[in-house]
Design a protein around this ligand. Structure first.
Ligand code: PLP
Length: 372
């Protein structure tokens, strides 16, 4: 047999890790398993959305509407922007890839906070851009001054994540304005708002108000989290029409199926209900974070549908202890992220976290008073 070389792949692939999705829970006899590892919405989609999905009429022989006219129109109406300022993608994930494609190559640099969404190193690394990972502050917030300092004449793209996945805090409007004013206007600034619907801090950044003044700002959003449609793969951007025109050249043609487009549009028809449910989840999140702080944990401001425990080198041990209780949490090395789930799941987490803290008292020693 001839031994052949495997295909030659790009050297950039060696510079970043693959995306690792949240795990499924282990089966433990007598315990309902809960997946708290992927920030999915544990509430069912709205009944009207499920009805729309069950409707016949979208023949699988036909390509979907590539321009997503109806859905973009609906996004425009709900958020008060022209449909020319919107684009629909296969999840916000495809959008993050396309935003990097239209700005970045091996002569450019990318700036993003860390830890933050794991796709930022992936998309910028694949483009060959030089990556500046700017450490978060100790309280899990972006270090805006350090991010601004990391911008050079070669910077093509800056990612911001508010609320930040995985740590939870929002950027404030003042912080966002400060960064947009400090960064040259040819640098594309992506505000990843995957969890914006859950943010209840009145000071939380409102990127949509800044789009007119800052044509280099892009809002990256998704139907996966507050709308509870992660399986349908629909994301969208709101941005200046020139950025949208660039994105339209970079996305996959026909990337979002017709049933997905239709279900997303119906979910937007019920936007008030979606927001009301996001606030319900936010209230549960606040109680959950407060209960953890009462136990002695240091929990950063939690503004998404998840809570972050900065466990450091005890992250593996916590993940293992959780899996023995049929709970899947997300271990990101520096800590563990726990999605808001049903009450029974969160009660089980709180029992586990109390025991774990008692077994590892040094975690308490690091506790800092939280500002929020
Ligand atoms: C979940 C998530 C996304 C995108 O998810 P999609 O399912 O691809 O829409 C983007 N950014 C952050 C920070 C996320 O957590």
């Amino acid at each position: 047999m001839v031994i052949r070389d495997s295909a030659r792949l790009r050297a950039e692939l060696q510079t970043f890790p693959p995306y690792v999705p949240g795990r499924a829970p282990e089966e433990v006899p007598g315990l309902t398993p809960y997946r708290l590892s992927s920030n999915e919405n544990h509430l069912d989609p709205l009944p009207a959305v499920l009805e729309a999905l069950a409707q016949p009429g979208d023949l699988p022989t036909r390509y979907p509407d590539d321009a997503a006219v109806a859905l973009r129109k609906r996004i425009g109406e709900v958020f008060g922007v022209s449909p020319d300022r919107t684009i629909v993608t296969a999840g916000a994930s495809e959008l993050l890839v396309a935003l990097t494609q239209i700005t970045s190559d091996n002569r450019t640099e990318a700036v993003y906070p860390w830890p933050s969404f794991e796709m930022y190193p992936q998309v910028t690394g694949l483009a060959g851009a030089k990556r500046h990972e700017v450490p978060l502050q100790a309280d899990g917030r972006h270090d805006l001054a350090a991010m601004i300092s990391a911008v050079t004449p070669a910077t093509g793209i800056v990612f911001l994540c508010s609320p930040n996945n995985p740590t939870g805090p929002v950027l404030t409007q003042d912080e966002l304005v400060g960064l947009l004013d400090a960064v040259p206007s040819h640098v594309l600034v992506v505000l990843d708002e995957a969890y914006w619907e859950f943010a209840t801090d009145p000071q939380a950044a409102r990127g949509i108000e800044l789009l007119d003044e800052h044509p280099n700002l892009v809002l990256a959003r998704t139907f996966s989290k507050a709308h509870g449609l992660a399986g349908l793969r629909v994301g969208y951007a709101i941005a200046h029409e020139d950025v949208i025109a660039g994105l339209l050249k970079a996305v996959i043609p026909f990337g979002v199926t017709q049933p997905s487009q239709r279900a997303a549009a119906v979910s937007l028809d019920h936007h008030d209900e979606v927001l009301a449910r996001a606030r319900e989840i936010a209230a549960v999140r606040d109680d959950f974070a407060a209960a953890l702080r009462d136990q002695g944990w240091t929990v950063p401001q939690a503004q998404g549908n998840f809570v972050w425990l900065p466990l450091g080198d005890l992250s593996d041990a916590f993940e293992l202890a959780a899996s023995r209780q049929a709970l899947a949490v997300r271990n990101l090395g520096a800590g563990v992220r726990i999605s808001v789930g049903p009450d029974e799941a969160l009660e089980r987490v709180l029992e586990l976290s109390r025991t774990f803290l008692a077994e590892h008292p040094r975690l308490q020693g690091e506790a800092r008073p939280s500002k929020h």
